[in-house]
Design a binder for this molecule. Structure first.
Ligand SMILES: [Zn+2]
Length: 374
């Protein structure tokens, strides 16, 4: 393993942060079968993901010592040193940049730049086309000059991940069961990972509208593929998935160790690590479109009382939330319209009117536009 450190733009005199990455496997890309990029806690307060990163680092060190790593594997267990330092009046604010209000996992710059620059550059050979697009992406990133610490963090992450075959972004939700997000095109390749992880929901979208880190990698390939046409085959050069490692308080050696082992098995099954992967466990739940997830909102302000647990199989009409007005003693109940898994909910217990409450998977698309939360 070797360690790299990318300095971020210093936001103010006397302050400086850096992004640390751990690199396993062959140093020279030509000696590696593929490149895998794994990062954790881009939303800095999502600590369960960070512990998975710790467990992965331990396992990868063992595997490297045994000579079993075939791929270049880049691990960034602390993907957001900026957010990690944001503690305000006792609250850890790791999702949004306090300086700009921006969500750390939204609005990543487009890697494809101007697709017209590829006109005539793609030919009949798929692998040559992948190399051409990777070159375009690297040039596009090199032209982008970050001005702020936030932008330099996004830039540094992309520098490390850009040319990977597989990108895995480890997050967690507020209160949740383990679930993952990926694209339609990448799902067949990530299905084994969903099995090893025991994912209770796999949410599929090609473009969820938020320019999150995973889609910053997968969406340009899909877009270019649509433009290229049949004469210029262009397989996805990068497949990407976001894994939500349960809820924010679910920090334990047992779950983190299990998740890390699931990722190791997935990498073994892909040939990135030598040795036989465990037999594939059954898929807990079939994937569902992200656009089919029902999002619930508080119809009024009040005390939020949960009527269902995360991971529950919900039927249409089931009660999910009560909101109790402490002055009038009136209670309004929010019911599910869909049948599916109650995969995430907010961690607060007093809500304002219109506040988002949680989500249940659904098989029929019911939403359009931006599919991710704020
Ligand atoms: Zn997150």
């Amino acid at each position: 393993m070797h360690t790299q450190s990318i300095p971020l733009i210093s936001p103010a005199i006397g302050t400086r942060r850096e992004l640390a990455s751990f690199h396993f496997g062959p140093r020279d890309a030509a000696d590696a079968r593929q490149k895998i990029y794994i990062q954790a806690a881009l939303h800095a307060d999502e600590t369960p993901a960070m512990l998975v990163g710790v467990m992965l680092r331990r396992r990868l060190l063992e595997l490297e010592a045994a000579g079993d790593i075939e791929a270049q594997i880049v691990l960034v267990p602390v993907a957001n040193p900026v957010g990690l330092a944001q503690h305000v009046l006792g609250q850890f604010v790791g999702r949004f940049d306090l300086a700009s209000g921006r969500n750390f996992n939204r609005s990543f710059p487009a890697l494809a730049g101007d697709p017209s620059s590829l006109d005539g550059a793609l030919g009949p050979n798929a692998q040559d086309n992948v190399a051409t697009v990777r070159k375009l992406m690297r040039e596009t990133l090199a032209q982008q000059k970050p001005r702020t610490e936030f932008e330099s963090l996004q830039h540094a992450l992309l520098e490390l991940s850009l040319d990977s075959d597989v990108v895995i972004d480890l997050h967690c939700s507020l209160e949740a069961t383990l679930h993952l997000y990926t694209s339609d095109e990448a799902w067949p390749q990530f299905e084994p990972l969903a099995r090893y992880l025991g994912a209770e929901a796999s949410l599929i979208a090609t473009d969820s509208g938020g320019q999150a880190f995973d889609e910053a990698h997968s969406l340009p390939w899909w877009t270019l593929q649509q433009q290229a046409g049949d004469a210029s085959p262009l397989p996805p050069g990068t497949i990407a998935a976001t894994i939500e490692c349960r809820g924010q308080r679910d920090v334990s050696y047992e779950t983190a160790g299990r998740d890390a082992e699931a990722i190791i098995d997935f990498l073994r099954a892909r040939g990135a690590i030598r040795g036989a992967a465990r037999p594939l466990p059954p898929l807990v739940r079939a994937p569902t479109p992200l656009a089919g997830s029902e999002q619930f909102y508080a119809p009024a302000s009040g005390i939020l009382v949960h009527r269902a647990a995360t991971g529950d199989l919900i039927r249409a009409g089931d009660a999910l939330f009560d909101i109790v007005d402490p002055l009038t003693d009136e209670t309004c109940t929010v019911h599910s319209q869909t049948e599916g898994i109650f995969y995430m909910r907010r961690a607060i217990r007093f809500v304002t009117a219109g506040a988002p409450l949680g989500r249940v998977t659904g098989t029929r698309p019911i939403r359009t536009g931006v599919l991710l939360g704020a």
